[in-house]
Design a protein around this ligand. Structure first.
Ligand code: ATP
Ligand code: MG
Length: 477
């Protein structure tokens, strides 16, 4: 057995697994992602999939009884699987099985089978690899479909006929594209064709599973690989048609606009170099979505996309809802980024006044840095001189944000005078005037007419009240 395989199974957990399997007289193997990631040296995987030729649940019970601290087993009887959490490891147990599929569901009919049957039902050759935990050949690598060779050649290939594999379970189309993106692998041509032919079957996959894969694509080093493949195979049209609508360049009277689909993919790759924040990456993916429905040609000024940020931010909601993504503060964050995505650009094109910077900080709040990161990623010009200018301009805006924030503390703006104080000062009942005065104070601060502090705001309030015909109450004098 090669040295490195031995090392893979060095953790004491594997001897415990082997011992338990031996006592029950079942053959048992580590399979799938653990073996693949170990051989790719992606670090020691934390998920361990164990397949038993017999009952996975019985094996799990026996393993749990041998582990210190008697860990809890979660048993999923319907699936014939069990799960144990042990230290930072997650052990998944299943009995070896054969699968057959119906046309209208991705849930197979299952019967017991051999290890080979189980390897055949795996999606890709690189995911069908197994290490034996049997006493007679502990640590042996079982690779019936040349998965190791495919790891070397960096190829995603199915063990069986690709047409059948993808049609049986169309989630595999997303998985193929996700692995290609995560690992920088190529999908074998026959597979790519089969995905293209079966693209429509993505409809039978649950939204949650699709979104899981989209997250993983977005969390990769170069997400554009995945989106380009989703586009090439046509799957994208079924899951994110809003992005497909951005593709293409139109020309009227010699005036062209850029292809906003390919531009978007560049922006996503750019931002992935500077942030791990999944939701900021989503914002990059969706930031120009409103450009398709707002596109217009004007004889005098050429192509415009007026209001695309606002339209785009509304589309974020529709898209999240359709994909059953939670409509929570993450969604609101993405909406905010899309809505504000042009603001720093406008600032950087001109001299950024203090008041414009204060307004930007006020509107973006804690997310002003994220917004700047998005705008910097949005620079995709191939002209090095322009690229430099834009980058420099954003640097200036960033510097200005720091200066203005240090001085004026706008980031988490709290009105220096509360509504109650205004009521007390003018002896007012709740009324329209209070709102007017409050927003006048806020405006005066943002415009730089008064500093963001109590005394100045109080004086301003008194003056504003006077204008509205209000009198300061006796005990406030
Ligand atoms: P990761 O954990 O990074 O998502 P993984 O390959 O471990 O990658 P899991 O979803 O954890 O993926 O699945 C574990 C194993 O189960 C896979 O390696 C593969 O052998 C098998 N598998 C998972 N999903 C499918 C599927 N849809 N069709 C066939 N086999 C699958
Ligand atoms: Mg896994």
């Amino acid at each position: 057995m090669p040295e490195n395989q031995k090392k893979a199974l060095q953790d004491p957990i594997f001897s415990i697994l082997a011992e338990a399997a031996d006592e029950l007289s079942v053959d048992c193997f580590v399979i799938g992602g653990f073996v693949r990631d170990y051989l790719l040296q992606r670090g020691m995987p934390k998920d361990i999939d164990v397949v038993a030729v017999g009952s996975g649940i019985e094996l799990a019970k026996s393993v749990a009884s041998k582990l210190p601290g008697n860990p809890k087993i979660s048993i999923f009887k319907n699936f014939g699987t069990a799960m144990i959490k042990h230290n930072d490891l997650e052990l998944e147990f299943v009995g070896a099985r054969k699968e057959s599929y119906n046309r209208d569901s991705r849930k197979p009919v299952v019967e017991n089978g051999s290890l080979e049957d189980d390897q055949k039902r795996r999606d890709f050759t690189i995911n069908a690899l197994a290490f034996s935990l049997c006493k007679r050949n502990f640590g042996e690598l079982l690779d019936p479909f040349d998965g190791v060779q495919d790891l070397g050649k960096k190829i995603i290939r199915t063990p069986l006929e690709p047409g059948v594999t993808y049609s049986d379970d169309p989630l595999r189309m997303m998985r193929a594209i996700r692995f290609a993106t995560q690992l920088g692998f190529t999908i074998e041509l026959k597979s790519l064709q089969a995905i293209t032919e079966n693209k429509e079957r993505i409809k039978i996959v649950s939204k949650e599973r699709i979104v899981d894969e989209l997250h993983k694509i977005l969390q990769s080093e170069k997400p554009s690989i995945g989106f380009a493949l989703l586009h090439k195979t046509g799957v994208l049209n079924y899951i994110l048609p809003e992005l497909m609508a951005l593709e293409g360049i139109e020309e009227i009277e010699g005036q062209r606009h850029k292809d906003n689909f390919w531009h978007t993919l560049e922006v996503v790759d750019n931002i992935s170099k500077t942030t791990e924040n999944l939701w900021l990456r989503w914002a990059a993916l969706l930031h120009d979505m409103g450009k398709a429905p707002t596109k217009k040609f004007h004889k005098k000024i050429g192509w415009t996309f007026h209001g695309h940020e606002f339209v785009g931010s509304k589309m974020v909601y529709t898209l999240f809802k359709r994909l059953r993504m939670p409509l929570n503060d993450k969604m609101k964050f993405v909406q905010k980024m899309v809505l504000m995505s042009s603001r720093p650009i406008v600032l950087s094109e001109d001299y950024a006044t203090d008041s414009a910077v204060r307004r930007l900080i006020f509107d973006a709040g804690d997310f002003v840095d994220d917004l700047m990161t998005l705008c910097e990623a949005d620079i995709t010009t191939k002209n090095p001189r322009k690229q430099n200018t834009y980058k420099n301009n954003f640097k200036i805006v960033r510097q200005k944000i720091i200066e203005v924030e240090e001085r004026d503390h706008i980031r988490n703006f709290q009105p220096p005078i509360s509504g109650e104080e205004i009521m007390k000062a003018f002896n007012l009942k709740p009324s329209r005037e209070i709102g007017l005065i409050k927003s006048a104070i806020k405006e005066a601060i943002l415009e730089g007419e008064i500093p963001n502090e109590y005394n100045s705001a109080y004086r301003y309030m008194v003056a504003k009240g006077k204008q509205l015909g209000l009198k300061i109450s006796e005990n406030e004098r």
